[in-house]
Ligand binder design. Structure first.
Ligand SMILES: [Zn+2]
Length: 90
């Protein structure tokens, strides 16, 4: 399900670009669309690299929290490092 979202974004952007080109868009418009595609692709790549984008849950209070947050914003409990991105330890 999660992998479907980037795919839909890519398909939508390609469809919009194709429709714009077919409608006779000028070079500048095509350039802007290409820039949007590049930015979108970079955003998708960055999101996939981070691994998880869905909110996490605090083990203490069960509140929804950011997966990268060091502390729970609801109860202040320290969150397990293992629940965050596995980049620590350097
Ligand atoms: Zn909490």
């Amino acid at each position: 399900m999660k992998a479907l979202v980037p795919a839909l974004v890519v398909i939508g952007v390609i469809a919009c670009t194709g429709a714009a080109v077919a409608a006779g868009l000028d070079a500048m418009g095509v350039g802007i669309l290409v820039a949007i595609v590049i930015v979108g692709a970079a955003a998708i790549a960055g999101t996939r690299k981070m691994g998880r984008v869905e909110p996490g849950r605090c083990e203490e209070c069960g509140g929804l929290i950011s997966p990268n947050a060091p502390y729970c914003k609801h109860c202040g409990a320290r969150l397990r490092p293992g629940a965050r991105a596995a980049r620590t330890g350097s």
